[in-house]
Every structure is written in structure tokens, then in C-alpha cells.
Design a protein around this ligand. Sequence first.
Ligand SMILES: CC(=O)SCCNC(=O)CCNC(=O)[C@H](O)C(C)(C)COP(=O)(O)OP(=O)(O)OC[C@H]1O[C@@H](n2cnc3c(N)ncnc32)[C@H](O)[C@@H]1OP(=O)(O)O
Length: 198
Amino acid sequence: MVATDKLSNEEFQASYLYNPDSLSNLDWNSVKNRLSPLVTNEQPGEDYFLVRPLMIDDFEKGYLQLLSQLTVVGNVTKADFEAQFKKMQKAGAYFVTVVEDIRHSKIIASATLVTELKFIHQCSERARLEDVVVNNTYRGKQLGKLIVLTVTLLAKKLGCYKMSLDCKDPLIPFYQSLGYTLEPGNSNSMMLRYESKL
Ligand SMILES: CC(=O)SCCNC(=O)CCNC(=O)[C@H](O)C(C)(C)COP(=O)(O)OP(=O)(O)OC[C@H]1O[C@@H](n2cnc3c(N)ncnc32)[C@H](O)[C@@H]1OP(=O)(O)O
């Protein structure tokens, strides 16, 4: 575990997957009618909820246990986690954003924004939403909406020209309530699966 009180400011910043300042001044005005009551990443509804980038010591805070409520995680060791974290950090395109319940030092929600550089659209950048999950004992309290809107607004702030996602049919209304649409003739998701480790 990273003993953050003993770290220099530089080391502390390096323990974040991406710069936490990126999460300041998101355009919540543009989505405030999608939440009732209004919550934001800076005022997430409870003073013990903290919305922030993934940190390297979140392995200790149950991050992978949370992901296992979404899909198969496999036998990922702490060393595996840290190596993958550092690769993502170096790539600079991974904005894994979490909610921590600071009372229990536990990660209770997560969503990933991945950005992709393009030559098209005047060398622009597009965004994808991945791996959205809220701990099952915290569901139904708008945390899903909060974490998805946080990364959606972050993509806007970063200058992405669009953001897309894949989801199962029952979740379509959830994402529609957050502004995502099924574009006629342009909303199919196709798959070719390779042999996986699991
Ligand atoms: C792009 C992707 O990653 S898709 C994968 C999405 N993740 C999963 O399926 C993992 C398991 N599910 C979860 O973690 C959660 O149920 C989430 C993230 C989908 C929603 O989190 P919550 O914190 O419960 O959502 P929140 O309280 O903000 O919103 C609840 C709304 O979403 C709807 N909703 C939530 N989960 C579901 C679901 N599985 N199916 C249909 N509707 C749902 C609720 O009906 C509710 O609608 P309302 O506002 O009209 O009452």
C-alpha cells in the first residue's frame, strides 16, 4: 500500500493514473437535468464519497473485487496490477475514474474513459466508455449516473468529438437517460472473439 502521507508531492501525483486536476471544472450545468438531486464529482452526495482517478494502491482497496461484479477478472496479482497500471499511465489514454467510500477505504464504483487519436476529423480524438460498475450494495443511489457523467464530461473537457459504448439491451434506457442515443443505422456492435487466457 502507498503510504501517501510519506510521499513527496511528485510521488503522490505519480500514484494517480492521470492528473486529478483534470476532474475540476467539469460542465455539470450541461447535464444537471439528468440527476435528481444534483450530484457532481466534487459534491457526490455524501461527504464520505470521493471521486478521483484510479490510484496504484487501489489494488488494496478492493478495485479488482469491484470489477469482478462486472466480468471475469482472473488471478491478477498485485505485481500484475501495478505493471498494467504503469503501462496505462505511460500510454496517457486511460482515464479510469473511481468512487471511494473513504469510511472503509473501499472502491465502490468505477468507469473507464479511453481516448483514441485519429487522423480523421482534422487529427481529432474520440472517446469510449468501458467497464462501468457500481458495488451491488451501493446501487440505486445515482452512483452509476455520477461516474458515467463524470467521465463523459471529462471526455468533453479533453476535446473529444464523440464518445461511444457497448452495452446489453436492458441497459439502453440507463445510458439514454444520460444522453447517449441509438443512432439509426449506426448502432450495431460486432464482435470477433480471439482465444483468451480465461
Ligand atoms: C459500457 C459498460 O460498461 S456496460 C456495463 C454496465 N455495468 C454492469 O452491467 C455491471 C453491473 N451493474 C452495475 O454495476 C449497476 O447496476 C449500473 C452501473 C449499471 C448502475 O449503477 P447504479 O448505481 O445502480 O445506477 P444509478 O442509481 O445511477 O441509476 C439507476 C437507474 O439505472 C437503471 N438501472 C440500473 N441498473 C440497471 C440494469 N442492470 N438494467 C436496467 N436498468 C438499470 C435503474 O432502473 C435506474 O433507473 P431510474 O433512474 O429510471 O430509476
